[in-house]
Design a protein around this ligand. Structure first.
Ligand SMILES: [Zn+2]
Length: 166
């Protein structure tokens, strides 16, 4: 075994971090803004490597490594989930490039906000959350029960670190 590539060291350190902040890839990026690395033998994107290491190999149903934070250079394992093509498109919708803010109800929430709502619901009433996030209480209830964004729940359960599990 030779010296570990710097890329791989950075990825390992990022995987070990428990932070909700974005961890921005400091090395080369693709023209689309994704971190690029040859750490796994051939050129691939850094967030995809992180997705595999953190969540296991993708399934055929969810082959896309998607960013919840919309920061393409980010490699925080908490911000990256496996997604289907459709979910990946929903990310783009929530991102604002395709009309975020013109919709009603919970549709205008981003994945990050949904995660915040779920986290905050331990200590806040649904009515408070609704006011805080500018949606109606029904939408909050649906989110908390998994009737909306249920797929996000499935993904993020794997993302949680032992420190987060209560
Ligand atoms: Zn991020």
């Amino acid at each position: 075994m030779g010296r570990k590539p710097l890329h791989m060291l950075f990825i390992e350190q990022a995987l070990a971090q428990d932070t909700n902040e974005c961890i921005v890839w400091p090395f080369a990026k693709t023209k689309d803004g994704y971190g690029t690395t040859a750490a796994c033998g051939k050129g691939t994107t850094a967030h995809r490597v992180v997705a595999i290491l953190a969540h296991g190999q993708p399934t055929s149903a969810r082959p896309h490594a998607a960013h919840l934070c919309h920061n393409r250079a980010c490699i925080n394992r908490r911000h990256i989930v496996w997604a289907s093509r459709q979910e990946n498109c929903q990310h783009s919708v929530a991102d604002g490039r395709f009309g975020r803010g013109t919709q009603i109800g919970s549709a205008k929430l981003t994945e990050a906000e949904v995660l915040q709502i779920r986290a905050l619901s331990k200590n806040m009433k649904q009515s408070q959350l609704a006011r805080q996030f500018g949606v109606n209480q029904t939408a909050i209830g649906k989110i908390l029960r998994g009737e909306r964004w249920g797929w996000l729940e499935q993904n993020t359960q794997q993302v949680g670190s032992p420190a987060n599990i209560e």
